[in-house]
Design a protein around this ligand. Sequence first.
Ligand SMILES: [Zn+2]
Length: 189
Amino acid sequence: MVPLKWSEVPESLKALAARMKVVLDERVPVELAPRWLGARALVAGGGRRGSRIRLGGILGTRLSPEALEGVMAHELAHLKCMHWELLLAGSSLAAVVGIALALLVDVSVVWRLILGGGVLVLGTAIMSWLSEYEADRVAARYVGYDVMTLTLRELRDSGFRSRAEFTHPSDRSRVRRLLSRRSPLPSRD
Ligand SMILES: [Zn+2]
């Protein structure tokens, strides 16, 4: 991991974080993982360090500068919307709902466990997917829909996430969703 100081962070990223009102760690706002294909927002951990963005070097070399800006905006949007905190709270709630349902139904213990666990897993996956779509939408408000669409298309074309995963929808689905949520052009009359 290569830690970057503020003085080493590109001006465009500093400006983007300021516009989005996201406060990153004073000492290490960004860290580079040279051999990683990905990007992630890391939340502040118990006073030891502030929030930071981890960027994979392999991803960095595959994307255009515009798409990289889109990736950064997406990660900053996760921090701005407090997605990790919401996900933690939401999955705790899903666990409680799962237990309550499992106690209510009149089936064997095995089926109760399957039902309780299923509610937790499904609830967490749905919340995680919604967070991803929301981060794309919020990012688009700051870097523009064109940049965000380009970002998702470049990710899709580079084979970044061609299939949906437990925590993330596929890139193809993110492009579709972003385009469908784009506000229509103002009418001329
Ligand atoms: Zn994300």
